[in-house]
Ligand binder design. Structure first.
Ligand SMILES: Nc1ncnc2c1ncn2[C@@H]1O[C@H](COP(=O)(O)OP(=O)(O)OP(=O)(O)O)[C@@H](O)[C@H]1O
Length: 384
């Protein structure tokens, strides 16, 4: 199990991660979601001992990564698929990692088969596409047959077949009882892959619950009602009747009305009572993607000005309540468990208990992939 308690990382005045507490349990795929710059990679680097927390702790199986005996054998990670010596072949790259951790060379051929790179195993990786690089990074993570796996954006650059493959691989690894922690900013993909979701925004915890709970907590039922396009007055009449009965009514771009807070039969009765004919009355549920966008929209750092001008920014969708705001001063008990230490404003430098920013490790490469053990997920061994 991975456990973070009050995890905080500051880079000078910037709090990349602030007071983050969560657990990642074995036997499940846990999706780690958040918009660009939310702090996902920083958190993963701290889990792997590649960055030092400014405050708080993060452990794997009860110990910090760097104090874990044979850590590379316990934990495999894909952090940056480009962190590969481009002049080496895929096989030689994996062989060098294997040798560092005492992994037998036959395991290299096994994982090359698992990720589908056996045919290009002797080609230099600098000629690899983004997707092939991702597969090589995943092979390195699997090399030691570890019980704990971290993948930072593993589907980045993969085609649909590759995305499906990664999805199934993650599920299979979790089904084998492993701890699988996968970062992404794609809610739709995580909804298909993950059992549990940890969502962060601007370094803080927004949500920590199962996918099932996330869906029921964040998707809202509503009705779509459409009156004859030829008689706009009927739409206004119906809108007033529905609002008068306590419904929340919002016009949809195509001329229909979105109605929250009233059951379908009551909407029908109200329309009948107002003498308004209906062309459509249908039940809907907001998508998970929509719920996620809604949840994180207060925590999006980067947004195109063209999108803003074109009105393409995510608009608040009715029915979800006010969007969660990242508080200026973090409040104890606000989504996240209470801070182990009283917090200061993470967005103001030089205040509070912040330690000086820790120097990142010289090499931001994933930990060497660790020694082999019997693998359920591999293909039969190839003869060398
Ligand atoms: N070494 C660093 N020095 C200064 N700031 C950093 C450093 N690493 C990360 N940051 C900042 O910390 C914040 C979190 O970055 P991080 O890469 O962890 O986010 P992320 O959720 O992984 O984003 P993305 O989805 O875009 O990869 C960002 O604002 C980033 O600019």
């Amino acid at each position: 199990m991975i456990e973070a308690v009050g995890l905080t990382k500051r880079y000078g005045a910037k709090a990349a991660v602030y007071n983050l507490s969560f657990q990642v349990r074995p036997g499940a795929v846990t999706g780690f979601l958040g918009p660009n710059g939310a702090g996902k990679s920083t958190t993963m680097r701290m889990i792997l001992g590649l960055d030092t927390p400014t405050a708080g702790t993060v452990t794997i199986g009860g110990r910090p990564y760097r104090q874990t005996p044979n850590a590379p054998r316990q934990v495999g990670a894909l952090l940056d698929a480009k962190a590969v010596h481009g002049g080496r072949s895929a096989r030689n790259h994996l062989l060098s990692l294997a040798q560092l951790s005492g992994i037998p060379a036959r395991r290299v051929d096994e994982v090359l088969g698992v990720v589908g790179l056996q045919d290009v195993a002797r080609k230099r990786s600098k000629g690899f596409s983004l997707g092939m690089g991702q597969r090589l990074g995943i092979a390195a993570a699997l090399l030691g047959d570890p019980q704990v796996l971290l993948f930072d954006e593993p589907v980045n650059g993969l085609d649909p077949e590759g995305i499906l493959w990664v999805r199934n691989l993650m599920k299979q690894l979790a089904a084998e009882g492993r701890t699988v922690f996968v970062s992404s900013h794609l809610m739709s993909e995580m909804a298909l892959t993950a059992d549990h979701l940890i969502v962060i925004g601007r370094g803080q915890l927004l949500s920590d619950m199962s996918v099932k709970e996330f869906i029921s907590a964040n998707s809202a039922d509503f009705a779509r009602v459409r009156t004859p396009d030829t008689e706009p007055a009927l739409r206004e009449k119906l809108s007033s009747a529905l609002s008068g009965a306590g419904g929340q009514v919002v016009p949809e771009p195509d001329g229909a009305l979105r109605v929250m807070g009233l059951p379908l039969p009551q909407i029908s009765e109200l329309a009948h009572g107002a003498d308004v004919r209906l062309w459509e009355l249908s039940p809907h549920q907001a998508s998970l993607e929509e719920a996620y966008m809604r949840m994180t929209q207060g925590a999006v750092d980067y947004r195109s000005t063209a999108d803003q001008k074109a009105g393409l920014m995510q608009q608040p969708q009715p029915g979800f309540g006010p969007p969660p705001q990242i508080p200026e001063v973090p409040q104890q008990g606000w989504y996240a468990p209470p801070a182990p230490q009283p917090g200061a404003n993470p967005y103001l430098g030089g205040q509070g208990p912040a330690a000086p920013p820790a120097a990142p490790p010289a090499a931001a490469a994933p930990p060497a992939a660790p020694p082999a053990a019997p693998a359920d997920l591999t293909k039969p061994e190839d003869a060398r």
